[in-house]
Design a protein around this ligand. Structure first.
Ligand code: ADP
Ligand code: MG
Length: 477
């Protein structure tokens, strides 16, 4: 067996169609066998009926006038239609009259209805036909045979049998053809899907199910699978980016920490020693750097979770109150940087979100405005909340250098920091987190020109009326 035919027989659909058609063929065969059989029974009954009727007539003749009269009647009837068969033979088995030229020997010895081959007196020596007949033994050793030719009947039966076999064979052929068709046309898309799945498991995430372009179930399934695969590919790519980023961006500070510790150790070992102040400095620097690393890790983790759809909250949050709290929190930092911080908040703008994540995102935006905006006098940062149609908006605007149109998408990626801000503190994760949090709550982050400066807006769908108050006030509080 070739692998192709092996595959064919292993295909469930092929086996199923074979099974159904085998059942159907058996049914068709049984039906035709029943028809042939009942036809045979009915026709045989009819023949026997005719033979019986004729026998009654001949018996009357025989009863009236004996063997002489019977012989005359049989001789006369033998001239009639060729399918009516008669024979009277002597006790010695010699034919006295009738139209049967030949019968098998044992026929005359048996009684009752028989189905036997015979030859008609009008036939050539090599022809045999079939007859249904009955043998009667008369007094004086005479034998009377009355019968009917059934060649036609037999031919009809044979035709019926042949039709039956033909029907069964044809059905089986159709079964095979149907199975092959199902396999070729209907199972091809399924095979294509498993090929795709295998390719993807082999590591090629960009593989997609080929679409035939028809509007059938397979196409719809293929489209859904492709959409799912695209989403998975995006997630996996995101994960890969995170690990790459971590590898790249955390290596430098870690190496720096290690170098500093090694320097200090070497100084102690060479006996030069470090005075107490210098030792303190080394430790403080190390702790500060470790803290930074921890916060980077925590931000990365938060972003990854938010992007994976984890942690979406359903706190009912008053956007205005949240903004006012944040402004108050950053007031001292703004003052230190020489920046004027103002908040203009609207009441009754509620969104549904995770309060801690939202507060963290807003803090990032305010922090950015203070650090990357205009510093050293003349800096202005304004926080505003408002209702805009079905959305609640929180905007943070500054009057600093802003972000060029071309960079506005890029800065949302992890670890991206613009050239102009390299000297400022930060790790390039603030906007990524804000963006991930916005998207986690079906919202968006929009960066605009504040000319001068950056105006950045977080936009969320408004919360339904009612729901729980997310202000952190518990029942007992
Ligand atoms: N208000 C702003 N004004 C100008 N540039 C900004 C502002 N906010 C962010 N940026 C730019 O976008 C980059 C990414 O911001 P962010 O993700 O918060 O990283 P970080 O603040 O740690 O540098 C910043 O490095 C900075 O170049
Ligand atoms: Mg930042």
């Amino acid at each position: 067996m070739t692998t192709e035919t092996q595959g064919l027989f292993r295909s469930a659909a092929f086996r199923l169609s074979l099974f159904y058609l085998a059942v159907f063929a058996a049914f068709a065969g049984a039906l035709i066998a029943y028809m042939a059989w009942s036809t045979r029974v009915i026709l045989a009954a009819e023949t026997r009926e005719t033979i019986a009727a004729e026998t009654r007539e001949l018996a009357e003749e025989y009863a009236a006038d004996g063997i002489q009269r019977l012989v005359e009647a049989v001789a006369k009837r033998s001239q009639g239609p060729a399918n009516a068969l008669y024979l009277i033979s002597s006790f010695a088995g010699e034919s006295i009259t009738g139209n049967i030229a030949y019968l098998p020997l044992k026929t005359l010895k048996a009684e009752g209805y028989q189905r036997v081959p015979y030859r008609h007196t009008g036939d050539a020596a090599d022809i045999t036909r079939e007859a249904e007949l009955r043998v009667f033994r008369l007094t004086g050793g005479f034998v009377l045979v009355v019968g009917r030719d059934i060649s036609e009947r037999v031919a009809v039966e044979r035709v019926l049998w042949r039709a039956g076999i033909f029907a069964v064979v044809l059905t089986l052929l159709l079964a095979v053809a149907g199975g092959v068709f199902v396999r070729m046309r209907i199972l091809k898309p399924i095979d294509a899907m498993s090929d795709t799945a295998r390719a993807i498991m082999g590591g090629d995430l960009s593989n997609r199910v080929p679409l035939s372009g028809s509007e059938d179930e397979f196409s719809r399934l293929g489209e859904s699978l492709n959409a799912m695969l695209a989403r998975i590919e995006a997630l996996v790519r995101g994960m890969r980016e995170v690990t790459d980023n971590v590898a790249h961006d955390l290596k430098t500070p870690l190496t720096r920490m290690k170098a500093r510790a090694e320097d200090a150790l070497r100084a102690i070992e060479t006996g030069k020693g470090l005075d107490e102040g210098a030792q303190r400095q080394v430790l403080e620097d190390t702790i500060r750097e470790a803290d930074e690393l921890i916060s980077v890790f925590s931000a990365l983790l938060a972003i990854a979770r938010a992007e994976a759809g984890e942690g979406a909250g359903h706190d009912r949050i008053a956007l205005g109150a949240l903004a006012a709290d944040a402004a108050e929190l950053y007031e001292p930092a703004a003052e230190d940087a020489g920046v004027k911080l103002t908040a203009e908040t609207a009441d009754e703008v509620f969104v549904s979100a995770n309060k801690a994540l939202l507060a963290r995102a807003v803090s990032n935006l305010i922090e950015n405005a203070i650090t990357h905006g205009r510093t050293g006098g003349g800096g202005k940062v304004s926080i505003r909340t408002a209702r805009n149609g079905r959305f609640g908006e929180l905007t943070v605007a500054d009057n600093g250098p802003g972000i060029a149109e071309a960079d506005r998408k890029r800065v949302l990626d992890r670890f991206v920091r613009l050239e102009q801000s390299r000297s400022r503190p930060g790790s390039g994760l603030g906007l990524s987190l804000a963006n991930a949090v916005a998207r986690l709550h079906n919202g968006e982050l929009e960066l605009n020109d504040n000319s001068p400066g950056l105006r950045i807006t977080m936009r969320f769908p408004l919360a339904e009326a009612g729901g729980n108050d997310g202000g952190g006030k518990g029942l007992g509080g």
